[in-house]
Design a protein around this ligand. Structure first.
Ligand SMILES: N[C@@H](CCC(=O)N[C@@H](CS)C(=O)NCC(=O)O)C(=O)O
Length: 264
């Protein structure tokens, strides 16, 4: 299990460093971890605290978001696609982006639907914020998420549209998986492991988190991540959850490392 270092230590450390949200199996962070793990790019991890100002991190990289990958003195990479492409650059011998242009375009399209603005991650996050944002303005529960909710486009209308949007994307993934199965493939794109399998494995936590024994996340957050909704339940192909389990069993770290102080 890679070591966790402070922002101060990370600032002067050479090579690759990965900033991750402590205590939360945030899907963007889990996907970035998966990319580097599968590629054998071991690197120290740096804790970010979701919803907090993270002043030292902001001073270092100009971003309070996580994940962020910092290579030597190069600018921080925070966007999901730039993290994938950094992995391809650093370990081209273990490609996670298909060579075939059709497959490549299809993969980045589906990845955007999972991790991009307005996609499954953003929409599920709105659903997660919704019960707290419905509380009175001075309620501590609402105040704890309001800055983030505003940062990620929260409105009552957007949160009401979110279940349909998540269901649409689950439908997309289900169709892709059944086409692949029919073609005799064991992965979501092409005939081998790709970034899409890793991002699906990470973002599936927002539909059904892995059990506490392997993912010791705070109970309140687990309730939020597991929030069921009839529209989602109807759209979910549980074979995709079996695929998530297989990807974790065959390719990824378990238990999930949520940082110092968050061990199973
Ligand atoms: N940078 C990623 C998104 C990552 C992201 O949304 N991270 C959130 C997870 S909740 C975060 O760290 N938020 C911290 C905050 O807003 O305080 C991307 O655009 O692809």
């Amino acid at each position: 299990m890679p070591e966790w270092i402070s922002v101060e230590e990370a600032q002067t450390a050479p090579g690759l460093r990965l900033v991750l949200t402590a205590g939360v199996p945030g899907p963007w962070g889990e996907a970035a971890k998966a990319i580097f793990h599968v590629k054998g790019l071991a690197c120290p991890r740096v804790a970010q605290f979701a919803g907090q100002p993270n002043p030292a991190l902001m001073a270092w990289t100009g971003e309070i978001n996580a994940p962020q990958a910092i290579l030597d003195d190069e600018p921080s990479r925070a966007h999901w696609s730039s993290l994938i492409l950094l992995g391809e650059r650093l370990a081209p011998d273990k490609p996670l982006v298909p060579e075939d242009p059709e497959q490549r375009a299809q993969m980045f399209g589906l990845l955007h639907e999972l991790a991009g603005e307005g996609g499954l991650g953003w929409s599920r996050r709105l659903m997660l914020f919704s019960p707290l944002m419905e509380l009175a303005p001075d309620h501590p529960g609402r105040q704890s998420v309001a800055p983030m909710a505003e940062r990620y486009g929260y409105s009552k209308e957007a949160s009401e549209r979110a279940p349909e949007r998540v269901a649409d994307i689950l439908g997309l993934m289900a169709n892709q998986w059944s086409r692949q199965r029919e073609a005799g493939h064991n992965y979501l794109i092409g005939d081998r492991l790709s970034a899409l399998d890793l991002y699906w494995a990470a973002f599936a936590a927002l539909i059904e988190p892995l059990p506490h024994e392997v993912c010791p996340m705070p109970a309140g957050l687990r309730a939020g991540y597991s929030q069921s909704h009839p529209t989602l339940d109807a759209a979910l192909d549980t074979a995709l959850l079996d695929h998530r389990q297989r990807i974790y069993d065959e390719w990824l770290e378990l238990p999930i490392d949520l940082g110092p102080g968050f061990r199973p």
